[in-house]
Design a binder for this molecule. Sequence first.
Ligand SMILES: [Zn+2]
Length: 231
Amino acid sequence: MSNRLLAGLPLDDITRLIANIHNVQVSVGTVLYEPGEIIKNIYFPNDSLISLWALVEERMTLEVALVGCEGVLGSSAALGNNVSGVRAIVQRAGTVSCIDSEHFCTEFNKNFTLQKIIYCYNNILLAQVIQIAVCSRFHLLEARLARSLLTTRDRLQSEKFHLTHEFLAHALGVRRVGVTKAASALQQKQIITYSRGNIEIIDAYGLEMVSCRCYELTKNIGGNTLSNYFI
Ligand SMILES: [Zn+2]
């Protein structure tokens, strides 16, 4: 799986960019940015998945967006903000295409197609963040877990993936016991199986029924704006 934003750029537009890009292997739990850190590299995930966590008082966390092969990390550097506001942590191991911020910004300033895609993508990201903020405040944990699993499935294009209770607890901003309860409820309804972090969605329709509308809303925002790239 390769990054769709990069793959979607016309060849003429991408040649200079490609010359400065290299692939990096990232493993689960690797932190690509911390809040307040200068963005030195821009990352385009390929088969990896990166979770963006907002941090509260250094220990409480909440996933505010999930970035996979449909997206890019750190592109705000080209828009005038080169300081990360979130922790970017690898949720699924794989590769990212990496370019240093300086080269990326130089290319961004010359390349109209790249500008268009990055502006669009940042709007989608903002919409995701807003929806997850609303979701986290008003919706039940079981529905939020279902939303999160569906989004992960879409990004990875797989019904099976690995996510520990601990990672989910950080992403959903709850204690592990809360994740255990919500996941057990989904198992009892025979919607998922979940053992030692190995998740399989066995009833995708059922999971969509349990999820709040935030799943559909965030998916539609991406689909409508960047339909060639978003999944
Ligand atoms: Zn919701």
